[in-house]
Design a protein around this ligand. Structure first.
Ligand code: CU
Length: 167
């Protein structure tokens, strides 16, 4: 039955099993908004990625990791205040819990995705694809735009009462 076999092959190809899904097609109810990158230098430099992620699914999901083809190392970082009152970045152990129905903000001065060892220069306006891995959802690809001119948001990007801070 050659026709039936061909049909099966087409169905298998359309299934995309194991292939990361683009953010807008993600079936688990995860939505990423406003993803952008700030780059500190050219090739070999570091970059930080910021975005909002909503978990609109009916279950808790943990963001466990991140990779990028354009960086030798990528990870989830938090900003914490040391005993001396200095802000420092530390890797987030165990991932970021995204409770059902809630939003998590990756923002300047807070949690962010850290890229280390950029494999090439990234120009303003360029798109950087990022692969997010989860416990409780399928892998997702996010497109972050390089925006080095962006002014820092005050804490809480959705809080309209906060005044903008100077760069
Ligand atoms: Cu960092």
């Amino acid at each position: 039955m050659p026709i039936a076999r061909r049909t099966l092959a087409l169905i298998a190809a359309a299934c995309l099993c194991g292939v990361p899904l683009w953010a807008e097609d993600h079936p688990a109810g995860l939505h990423v908004h406003d993803a952008y990158v700030r780059v500190a230098g050219g090739q070999g430099a570091s970059a930080a990625v910021f975005f909002l992620i909503h978990n609109n699914s009916d279950h808790d999901i943990t963001l466990t990791g991140v990779t990028s083809d354009l960086a030798q190392m990528a990870g989830l970082h938090a900003h914490v205040e040391s005993a001396e009152g200095l802000m420092q970045m530390i890797p987030i152990e165990g991932g970021v819990l995204l409770p059902s129905g809630e939003m998590h903000e990756f923002a300047r001065g807070g949690d962010h995705v850290m890229l280390m060892g950029l494999t090439r220069d990234l120009a303003q306006g360029e798109i950087l694809p990022l692969t997010l891995t989860f416990d409780g959802a399928e892998t997702m690809i996010v497109e972050a735009v390089v925006d080095n001119d962006r002014a820092p948001e005050p804490a809480g990007r959705h809080d309209n009462s906060a005044a903008p801070t100077a760069p």
